[in-house]
Design a protein around this ligand. Sequence first.
Ligand code: ADE
Ligand code: ZN
Length: 346
Amino acid sequence: MLKVKPIPVERLPELLRLMPKAELHMHIEGSLEPELMFALGQRNGVAMAYPDVESLRSAYVFDKLQDFLDIYHAGTLVLRTEQDFYDMTRAYLARAAADNVRHAELFFDTQTHTGHGVSTDVVINGLHRACVDARTELGISASLILCFLRHLSEKEAFECLEQALPLRDKLIGVGLASSERGHPPEKFARVFARARELDLHLVAHAGEEGPPAYIWSALDVLKVERIDHGVQALKDPALMARLVKDRIPLTVCPLSNLKLRVFPSLAQHNLGQMLEAGIVATINSDDPAYFGGYINQNFTETFASLGLTAQHAYQLARHSFEASFIEPSAKQKYLDRLDETFETFV
Ligand code: ADE
Ligand code: ZN
């Protein structure tokens, strides 16, 4: 781990923008900006619930996760064709590349779309083609993680997995998203066991609004490799010790936590305490079109609110590559380039 020279605080935003990074927690449907949503609605003849972009954006005020999920679900109704999924993904990857994201692992779900009569292959083929093109055209690598919706049943999750199996090679893993409270990870123990047999990587949202017990069961029952959010872990010292000992990454999303009122202000966010405790924490945007910013906005606002330093920036960027599912030799190249950036930043 590089020892980073201190820099004046006014130069931090430049460093945060410049440094190469990976984004590991973002839902591609949550990157659908109102402008593109309206354009796709028009293209597909889907009526919009709001008269214009401004009134839609002004509805993005949430008290809790479920408020957001309801609006987010309504927004997905405009996605009908493979080209729609391509266009949405391309827009995100271009935006992420501008923030110096060099690798992104994108969450998506198919259950939302199959529920609207859009087939699994339309979704996955559109997303995947955008990822392939972005590698050569934008210089960013990207891979796909299929999330099960935890408010639906185990049986429906199994159907979702089976429908995706002909496209297995276009996926790197599975995850668990949607309404957390009342839907513990255990509900999906057998689906995750099946995904493990298929050599898929495993992640799950846990401890966003739900209790530390959900993080324990995501680790011990689902056997996930990363925890998405995990901010409630600080309530449980034994869990914190486990996360540190096993170097289990947490993909933290500060602006999401702020917008969904997990923390009353960014100044009260516990990311600084996580880093202090030795947790492999990362910064991510979750649903950037809804939560007020892409990854660099998350970095700059969190650093300003918590008084974090250039050393923390290095640590977080390093964690993002370490925690990624990039194969080891490629991972080392990203880490070497990260070191170069910090060594030459003056
Ligand atoms: N789906 C999209 N964003 C989510 C979040 N923050 N938590 C759970 N499910 C989600
Ligand atoms: Zn999420």
